[in-house]
Structure formats: structure tokens, C-alpha cells
Design a protein around this ligand. Structure first.
Ligand code: GDP
Length: 378
């Protein structure tokens, strides 16, 4: 089914984002200097040597397979990785080796923590983590003093080597010790989030998704749009994916089932591999109206639609709901337009300091409501 591409060739998400959040320009746009890498929100990856920082970065953002990380050279200097060209979410990963001395005057913590959106501290759960916890406390204390808005995320990593009971016990123990340490330092107001992760399954992508979502100001609006879409289309679960990293930047508000997320990730891999081999474009990326359907033997259907150059909607629904594909496609077009409006609204109101995307929500309500009555009539 094809729709005229009435959205002037897909929309440039880019310029629509508020500057300073650093979502950024599609390559068709040249933005102001505010979009220079130094202005983008930064995600810091920290942790002791061999805790798995470089592996995480390679697996999530550079499509390296987990086994290939076995022979990575250990990180011993600050590595700045600008994830900006291929991915919708533009941020920097600063891989900071564990043994950095924060009090060393050559370590410019104001610069490093100052514009940082989230600090991810990686702890190797297969190793003794007492020293890592001391480092964590030091990093959090230092970073919080410089920038109290940082989100602190602890990745309890390499949990593939732990039994289920052991995972829970390790998480409980690390949580307890780190919050006790912070309370002792008089910093009980600082909130740490914990994630059990491994590069050998999808947990690392899930955890990264959660971290990135905290840095997306439009998240509630995107979630609402997804809720409206699924309830009007008979979809069970929908994810808005950053295609290159397989991070989902939003999903509807029903709980995320890991298996379902894994299926959607696998679908992206399959579609991307296919399009890089047979795709019309040289870079193998999505083109204007990419879509893909996979029917599973569980009577479910995976349906993927391109939203813009970087984002795709991947949803899972029952096969009988997919009989009304025309309705789903219509709703999807409304959804796509609404997303465009969310970003456009932010662009317009950024100048008047009054941005929350509500106008776009209202429009999308109208569109989908209208469509709901079409469904009733069909
Ligand atoms: P860095 O020094 O913190 O950058 O650590 P590396 O990324 O070099 O990783 C050190 C070792 O840990 C490598 O041999 C990786 O293969 C291994 N590693 C990383 N992540 C995982 C994981 O999730 N599970 C397991 N079992 N090993 C991992």
C-alpha cells in the first residue's frame, strides 16, 4: 500500500528539536553553531578497567558482535564517541577509565560533568565489586556537586554469568551498599537507578533505552501518541525505535515484555541486513516509505514502518487484527504526522519559551478520533 509522500520528502526531525538537547540535524540541514558536539547532552560511561565499558559501546552503537569484544584493548584514556551521524539520538559517550583520579587538577571535572545528561557507572558483577562501589560513590559525589541534574545510572554488568537468584541478590547488595555509602556522605537525596545488563542478550539495549528516554523531553507526548495509535488499531505493543542503535526512544504505556522487545530488535536486524544488501540506497538505510511485515507461527504479526530517516515504528499485533491493514496504515499516517507536529511545535514555541507539544496532541486526537468512526462504519 503506498501513500503519496506528501510530507515533503519525510521530515527533518532535526531542526525541530530544541537546541541544547542536541537532537540533531539531518544531513540535509545545516544548523547553527549551538549544535556543535560540545553542546550535545553527554552520556558518560564510567567504571573500573575491564568492567565492560568499551564492549557496551561497541555492541550498542557500532554493531560489533558480543564475541568480538573478548579481545578489545582495555580503555586507559578518555574516549569521546560522538554518536551523531547515523542515529536519531545524538549524544556522546565518554568512556572514562576507572582509575582516573577526580582530584587530579588535570582532570577537568567541570567540563566533563558540567553538560552531562546521564552518568552510567558500569560494575562488573562477576568480579569483587567493593572497589567499584568506592569509585561509584566518589564519581557520584563529585559529579553531583558540579551538576545536580545528572541522572545516575548503575549498570550491574556481565550478569550472564550469574544465576537468577544470584542476580537478584547482587542487585540488592549493590543497591544497599551504594545507597548506604551515599547516605553516609550526606547525599541521601541523590537517586541512583540500577539495571542488570549483559552484552550477550538484549538487556544492554533495554537499559540504554531507559537511560536515553530520560533525556528526551518529548517522551510523555510520544507515549501518548503511541497509546492512541495502538488503542485505535488493535495493536498489542508498539515501539518507536532508533533504527541504528535498536534503542527504543518511546513505547506505549503497557508493560514491556522482554521477549516482545527482542522480537522487534531481531526484526530490525533482519530488515536492515536485507536493505543493506538489496536496498535502493547506497547507505542501505531506510527510504521514504519503507515497511516490512513478518508473520509468526504464534498467530502474531510484526509490522514495521519507517517514521523518518532514523526512526521506525515496530509493532506486534494478532494476525486477525492485521486483516484491517488499511486502518492501521491510515492510523500510522496520522501518527507520523503527529510526531512531525510534536517536533514542529517544539520548534515554534522554543522561541516563545512555552513548549510542550500539546497542540500536536490535540491534532492527533482529532485525526485518530475521526478514523475511529471510519472503523465503526467498516
Ligand atoms: P573496559 O576496560 O571497561 O572498556 O572493558 P572491556 O570492554 O574491554 O571489557 C573487558 C572484558 O569484559 C572483555 O573481554 C569483554 O568481552 C568482557 N565483557 C564485556 N561485557 C560483558 C558481558 O556482558 N558479559 C560477559 N560475560 N563479559 C563481558
Amino acid at each position: 500500500m503506498s501513500y503519496g509522500d506528501d510530507e515533503n520528502g519525510g521530515f527533518a526531525v532535526a531542526g525541530s528539536f530544541p537546541k541544547g538537547f542536541g537532537y540533531g540535524p539531518d544531513d540535509t540541514e545545516t544548523e547553527q553553531p549551538a549544535d556543535s558536539p560540545e553542546d550535545k547532552p553527554r552520556i558518560l560511561l564510567m567504571g573500573l578497567r575491564r568492567s565492560g565499558k568499551s564492549s557496551i559501546q561497541k555492541v550498542v552503537f557500532h554493531k560489533v558482535s558480543p564475541n568480538e569484544t573478548l579481545f578489545l584493548e582495555s580503555t586507559n584514556k578518555i574516549v569521546k564517541d560522538d554518536i551523531s551521524n547515523s542515529s536519531f539520538v545524538q549524544f556522546q559517550v565518554w568512556d572514562i577509565p576507572g582509575q582516573i583520579d577526580f582530584f587530579d587538577p588535570t582532570f577537568d571535572s567541570d567540563m566533563i560533568f558540567g553538560g552531562c545528561g546521564a552518568l552510567i557507572f558500569v560494575i562488573d558483577a562477576q568480579d569483587d565489586y567493593i572497589e567499584a562501589l568506592a569509585r561509584l560513590q566518589m564519581a557520584v559525589t563529585r559529579a553531583y556537586k558540579i551538576n545536580p541534574n545528572i541522572k545516575f545510572e548503575v549498570f550491574i554488568h556481565k550478569v550472564d554469568g550469574l544465576s537468577d537468584d544470584n542476580k537478584i541478590e547482587t542487585q540488592r547488595d549493590i543497591h544497599q551498599r551504594s545507597t548506604d555509602d551515599l547516605a553516609e556522605a550526606g547525599m541521601e537525596t541523590v537517586h541512583l537507578s540500577f539495571h542488570l545488563t549483559s552484552i550477550y542478550d538484549h538487556s544492554i539495549f533495554e537499559a540504554f533505552s531507559k537511560v536515553v528516554q530520560k533525556l528526551i523531553p518529548q517522551l510523555p507526548t510520544l507515549e501518548n501518541l503511541l497509546n492512541i495509535l495502538i488503542s485505535n488499531s488493535g495493536i498489542e505493543k508498539a515501539f518507536l525505535f532508533d533504527v541504528m542503535s535498536k534503542i527504543y526512544i518511546a513505547t506505549d504505556s503497557s508493560p514491556v515484555d522482554m521477549q516482545c522487545y527482542e522480537l522487534c530488535c531481531d526484526m530490525i536486524d533482519v530488515v536492515m541486513d536485507m536493505s543493506s544488501i538489496y536496498g535502493a540506497r547506497d547507505d542501505g538505510a531506510f527510504d521514504g516509505n519503507s515497511s516490512s511485515i513478518i508473520k509468526l507461527n504464534t498467530n502474531n504479526v510484526l509490522y514495521m514502518r519507517e517514521v523518518n530517516r532514523h526512526l521506525a515504528l515496530v509493532c506486534i499485533l494478532r494476525e486477525d487484527s492485521f486483516d484491517r491493514q488499511g486502518l492501521i496504515d491510515y492510523n500510522f499516517m496520522c501518527f507520523k504526522k503527529a510526531i512531525q507536529q510534536v517536533f514542529d511545535v517544539r520548534k515554534q514555541v522554543a522561541s516563545t519559551n512555552n513548549s510542550d507539544g500539546r497542540a500536536a496532541m490535540a491534532t492527533s486526537h482529532n485525526l485518530l478520533h475521526h478514523n475511529g468512526s471510519v472503523e465503526g462504519a467498516a
